[in-house]
Ligand binder design. Structure first.
Ligand code: 5GP
Ligand code: ZN
Length: 115
């Protein structure tokens, strides 16, 4: 039973599909359903926290550590020109899923991403 009507909570609970990359006690990483670059991944907290304003600091640290793990795997596998970590909070920042997450975005000198 999920407390929130939240797509990322459903993915954590195994009630919605995802292409998983990694998970541990506090975090999960999977491919973005609508990638803006090849290898675009998401790292989320298993805990439902909406933004950086309410996520507990140890959980934030765990999400950051998983983002580093995914970034290293992306670097090894895809050899991008760079990697952006993008993290948005609130509607004014264009956060579209209200469950804390980081984007791991492989970058190219030739891409033209909005973020
Ligand atoms: P935001 O705009 O909140 O920073 O990013 C939310 C991201 O979640 C978007 O890049 C969007 O494509 C992704 N997303 C939304 N729904 C799903 C879903 O059901 N599965 C997966 N894998 N990604 C999703
Ligand atoms: Zn949630």
């Amino acid at each position: 039973m999920i407390e929130h009507d939240c797509i990322f909570c459903r993915i954590v609970a195994g009630q919605s599909p995802s292409i998983p990359l990694y998970e541990d006690e506090l975090t999960k990483a999977f491919m973005d359903i609508n990638p803006v670059a090849c290898g675009h991944a998401l790292v989320i907290s298993k805990l439902h926290a909406e933004t950086i304003l309410d996520i507990p600091a140890p959980v934030l640290a765990a999400v950051g550590a998983t983002a580093q793990r995914i970034a290293r795997a992306v670097d090894t596998a895809l050899h991008p020109d760079g990697i952006s970590i993008v993290q948005s909070n609130g509607p004014g920042a264009a956060q579209s899923v209200s469950h804390f997450h980081m984007h791991v975005l492989p970058r190219s000198f030739y891409d033209d991403l909005p973020m």
